[in-house]
Design a protein. Structure first.
Length: 185
């Protein structure tokens, strides 16, 4: 009898890219690790004005992060922002032509995400540029309870702990609020 090794699954995140012409969701499934240090970004009016509403790559904060790539302790290929998280793609596979790793940051800049998505003509930003000409800070995410602690708690309650894949509801919500897609979440 051959003894099988248990392979530890690495955490992944789904980065939403949009919808296909048939209405199917397009996304990258990318391995993710948590950031270790805070990163401070200097925002400009140009970042806000060139931000596209309803997208996670190419929004105001994404433009700001890619322009400030020297502030990160790792390479920056793309920056993906949802309402509470930022995923910085730091490795790219030449073989597959897709990202092979990203770093997760937390932020409390959800108001800027909403402003980018709801004010498509950038009226408020043009009238008050001081809103976006400031520093933004990305933090390492808070540690979640380990899987063994969760499973132990589930055993005590006689509840099974089935893991479901993470759905990119934040990215879909942004696209829907900006009027780019019309689907029920």
């Amino acid at each position: 009898m051959i003894k099988q090794r248990k392979i530890k699954k690495r955490p992944h995140v789904l980065i939403h890219l949009g919808l296909t012409p048939t209405g199917d969701k397009m996304f990258w499934r990318v391995p993710v690790s948590d950031a270790k240090v805070d990163v401070t970004l200097n925002g400009t009016l140009a970042d806000a004005l060139t931000g596209k509403p309803g997208v996670t790559i190419g929004c105001h904060l994404s433009n700001c992060a890619t322009r400030n790539k020297n502030e990160f302790p790792h390479p920056v290929f793309y920056a993906v922002f949802t309402k509470t998280k930022a995923y910085i793609i730091d490795r790219w596979s030449k073989r597959t032509g897709s990202p092979s790793h990203c770093v997760r940051y937390s932020h409390n800049l959800g108001l800027f995400v909403d402003l980018n998505d709801k004010d498509g003509k950038k009226k408020l930003v043009k009238q008050h540029p001081e809103i976006v000409e400031r520093t933004f800070v990305l933090h390492p995410p808070q540690k979640r309870p380990s899987q063994s602690n969760i499973e132990e708690g589930a055993r005590k309650k006689n509840v099974t702990n089935d893991r479901r894949p993470v759905m990119p509801y934040g990215a879909l919500r942004r696209a829907k609020e900006a009027g780019l897609i019309f689907v029920e979440l």
